[in-house]
Design a binder for this molecule. Structure first.
Ligand code: ADP
Length: 492
């Protein structure tokens, strides 16, 4: 009896999950990751801690499942995207901390790029907006600021990788220097149309091509782990960035399939098939995980404050004692009583793009209660997702009739029902909401021949609950119009 092991290296923790043939998790181990804030707006991780956590959770998960490395058919890796590590090719030692995707240290430089008119070129090649979020300007920062780094990079002594590549390097004992399409497509250096590192962008950011990893399909035999690590060699057969991994874990592998992850923020991804859709609404275009051939394209949009709005109710307003309680409170009132919360804590993203906007509560009357505010906050998450869905429908010309959901806040039944009502579409919550890890496991398992086909996987992906729309059309229109008015009051 063999298993698949998924390593999920996220922003706040590293996890290893062991999956069986039926796609169910049989053991899990987790380590928190220390966040390093050297100054306001900067975020780093220790790459050494990341590797140590990967080793620790892998060994712990094996022992919890009471199995050995020989019982594992393949490893799948999924990771926080864009986070950047530069290391020495001779010994694997990082020359600086990992610069995390959230880190804003290169925001001014990106602003300069946009002012100088580079946005369109960057978008046309990479599908991304010129932003500090993506890896390119983080690599440039390291080369410009670490003593001797640029010279060493030019001599071919240094390697750049997103977290997946850094983990692969260490698990294979420095033998394999590779990443996958999904991670490469978030670096702002990879041409998603030619599927090559883009020479012109490398020149623009002054990054030597010797630093870059090979790029493969997400489902690919990347190489074996060093047998000394876990007692036997295990092939690494799946690699994908977290959001694309979740898309694969939801088996959104056909054109028009959409999933939304309700975490701290929300990430909406649509598979648009072999066509890269250009967005007129501020969405980005990126690559999907695939197991062979050319990858599909994906439209992606994100909401900055999703579950974070619920955290705000709990930690700052202190009107709920736990995230789960928000559901009970919201259901105590028949509606939000005309209250709208716009949780624009750090500005509004797609389709509004107003970084200066700040949160607002509108429609408060003498009768407004905490239940109304809680309900309106949950509703706001659904409205934000609804705005993204509309933008995506406009860009793709595809009508979304089914939304696959996952992430922590997807456990909230009120939120999911309201989402279905306000979108007027089915919302499908799978039995395993660990779809990020499941996606990496699926990719590895298919590549290793552990599972034969995506049809077989489909049997493993049972819906735990399907929410069907149940709101009169007129109510829906009037509620959406109330939301738009509230957003307009928020925009600067
Ligand atoms: P991340 O991966 O971004 O850390 P998770 O997928 O673990 O996020 O989800 C955590 C988020 O979901 C938190 O912001 C939390 O407030 C929210 N959340 C968790 N459970 C619920 C719930 N039952 N109702 C509403 N929000 C919830």
């Amino acid at each position: 009896m063999k298993y698949i092991l998924a390593i999920d290296q996220g922003t706040t923790s590293t996890r290893a999950i062991i999956f069986g043939k039926n796609g169910k998790a049989s053991a899990c181990a987790q380590r928190e990751l220390q966040q390093i804030y050297p100054c306001p707006g900067w975020v780093e991780h220790s790459p050494k801690d990341i590797i140590a956590s990967v080793m620790a959770v892998t060994s712990e998960a094996l022992s919890r499942a009471d199995i050995t490395a020989e019982d594992v058919a393949a490893i799948g890796i999924t990771n926080q995207r864009e986070t950047t590590v530069v290391w020495d090719k001779t010994n694997g030692k990082p020359i600086y901390n990992a610069i995390v995707w959230q880190c804003r240290r290169t925001a001014d430089y990106c602003e300069k790029l946009r002012k100088e008119g580079f946005s369109e070129k960057i978008y046309n090649k990479t599908g991304l907006v010129a932003d500090a979020y993506f890896s390119a300007t983080k690599i440039k920062w390291i080369l410009d600021n670490v003593d001797g780094a640029r010279e060493r990079a030019e001599r071919g002594e240094l390697a750049f990788g997103t977290i997946d590549a850094f983990i692969i390097w260490h698990l294979t004992g420095g033998k394999v220097f590779a990443t996958d399409y999904t991670n490469a497509s978030r670096t702002m250096l990879y041409n998603i149309h030619t599927l090559k590192w883009d020479r012109e962008l490398l020149r623009l950011f002054d990054i030597p091509s010797e630093m870059l990893p090979e790029v493969y399909e997400s489902g690919h035999n990347y190489g074996n782990t060093n047998p000394a690590l876990f007692g036997a060699a295990i092939p690494i057969c799946g690699v994908a960035g977290d959001q694309q991994s979740a898309l694969f874990g939801q088996l959104c592998i056909n054109k028009g399939d959409v999933k939304n992850t309700y975490g701290t923020g929300c990430f909406l991804l649509m598979n648009t098939g072999k066509k890269a859709v250009k967005s007129q609404n501020g969405l980005v275009t990126t690559l999907a995980a695939c197991t062979s051939g050319k990858p599909d394209y994906v439209l992606e949009g994100s909401v900055f404050a999703g579950g974070a709005a619920v955290q705000w109710l709990r930690d700052e307003l202190r009107i709920i004692s736990s995230a789960e309680k928000s559901e009970t409170l919201a259901l105590k009132v028949k509606d939000s009583g005309g209250v709208y919360v716009v949780p624009a804590f750090t500005g509004l993203g797609a389709p509004y793009w107003d970084p200066e906007a700040r949160g607002t509560i509108t429609g408060i009357t003498r009768g407004t209660s905490r239940e109304h505010i809680v309900r309106a906050t949950l509703e706001s998450i659904a409205y934000e997702v609804c705005d993204l869905v509309e933008a995506m429908e406009k860009d793709s010309g595809i009508n979304i009739t089914r939304l696959a959901v996952d992430g922590g806040a997807s456990a909230n039944n009120f939120l999911m029902q309201f989402q279905s009502d306000i979108l007027n579409c089915e919302v499908v919550r799978p039995a395993t909401i660990e779809t990020t890890a499941l996606g990496a496991a699926f990719l590895a398992g298919i590549t290793a021949g552990y599972w034969q086909s995506t049809e077989e996987l489909n049997k493993n992906l049972t819906a735990e609950r399907i929410f069907s729309p149940n709101m009169p059309q007129l109510t829906r229109i009037s509620m959406l119009s109330g939301w738009r008015k509230a957003v307009n009051k928020t925009l600067t």
